[in-house]
Design a protein around this ligand. Structure first.
Ligand SMILES: Nc1nc2c(ncn2[C@@H]2O[C@H](COP(=O)(O)OP(=O)(O)O)[C@@H](O)[C@H]2O)c(=O)[nH]1
Ligand SMILES: [Mg+2]
Length: 304
């Protein structure tokens, strides 16, 4: 490609569940686009966060954490990671230094070795971890994967993020921008609103419940201001018993979910939102391909 083109390319943001991938995406864009929770496997699909500066566009793809698949939804999540890696120039491999090197990190490394693309190991969450401990992890990584450069970051505060961008830039080709200059993500407002509701489920619902919640936006109406954006959404749960929990005594839990989600969606759309939530039971939806498809988690057939 011509030297007059800008530096541009896609980079996969990979790592085990909870390593801080979505936090990195928000940090590099200085805007909240990806949902984050203290719990693993919050992110289900891939999402582009589009970084732009004077001479460069980097499309960072947030991905679900690489893990051992347990059901059709996990298979969908892992397929999303494969697709992103296929189209990327390289991958960031995020490691949570507070946990040290784990089995799951080795599983991620196996995936990344297969791609034969540049990989940058990013030691995340260095805030509050002693330098000696980080050094021990770094030495182990150098032994195991000697070809991969190692960087340090605290995605939560933005420390080290600029340096990562600078490193990644060196590996990008010159080509026309992949996305229009004013775009921040590849997701629609509707999709992002549904994610914001799911995020609140992860933050507010206990135990296994959020893992069995899917959100479907039934309608998203943008009337003229000062009218609010009117959003109607259904939360699907897997069992009758979960429906009661999500709604809560006299509807308190659902109300809390609704108002917290509304605040987040208002930040996203930059205006008032009226949000109506319903809860329905859809037995074992995570195992049912047709239902997964309806909810936007389309699992490709094996061998494709
Ligand atoms: N202390 C600390 N926590 C972080 C950092 N980055 C992410 N986290 C936290 O780790 C948890 C998982 O982050 P998330 O971005 O959802 O991880 P993902 O599953 O890899 O996308 C959240 O509670 C984040 O606030 C960091 O640099 N420092
Ligand atoms: Mg995530």
């Amino acid at each position: 490609m011509s030297a007059s083109h800008p530096l541009c390319g896609a980079i996969a943001v990979t790592g085990r569940p909870n390593a801080g991938k979505s936090t990195f995406l928000n940090s590099v864009l200085q805007t909240k686009v990806a949902i984050v929770s203290p719990r693993p496997q919050t992110t289900r699909g891939s999402m582009a966060g589009i970084y732009l500066d004077d001479d460069c566009q980097i499309v960072f793809y947030d991905t679900p954490g690489i893990h051992q698949p347990k059901n059709k939804l996990s298979q969908y999540m892992l397929h999303q990671v494969e697709e992103v890696l296929r189209g990327a120039e390289g991958a960031l491999f995020l490691i949570d230094v507070r946990e040290g090197l784990t089995e799951e990190d080795h599983l991620v490394a196996e995936w990344l070795q297969k791609t034969q693309k540049p990989v940058w190991v990013v030691l995340n969450k260095v805030d509050g971890v002693l330098d000696d401990k980080i050094q021990v992890i770094e030495n182990k990584i150098k032994e195991e994967w000697p070809n991969w450069p190692i960087l340090r970051m605290a995605a939560i505060s933005g420390r080290g993020v600029k340096e990562i961008v600078a490193e990644v830039k060196k590996a990008l080709p010159r080509q026309p921008y992949l996305f229009p200059e004013d775009e921040l993500t590849d997701k629609t407002l509707r999709e992002m609103a549904s994610e914001m509701i799911r995020e609140q489920c992860f933050l507010k619902l206990k135990d296994e419940i959020p893992y069995g919640v899917a959100v479907l936006i039934d309608s998203f109406e943008e009337k003229e201001e000062p009218e609010p954006v009117v959003i109607k959404a259904t939360l699907f749960v897997e069992k009758d018993s979960q429906k009661g929990i999500v709604i809560g005594a006299s509807g308190q839990q659902l109300k809390a979910l609704g108002s917290a989600s509304r605040v987040e969606i208002e930040k996203l759309v930059g205006r008032k939102v009226f949000l109506e939530l319903w809860v329905k039971v859809l037995k074992n939806w995570r195992k049912d391909e047709d239902v997964l498809k309806r909810l936007g988690y389309s699992v490709p057939k094996k061998g494709k």
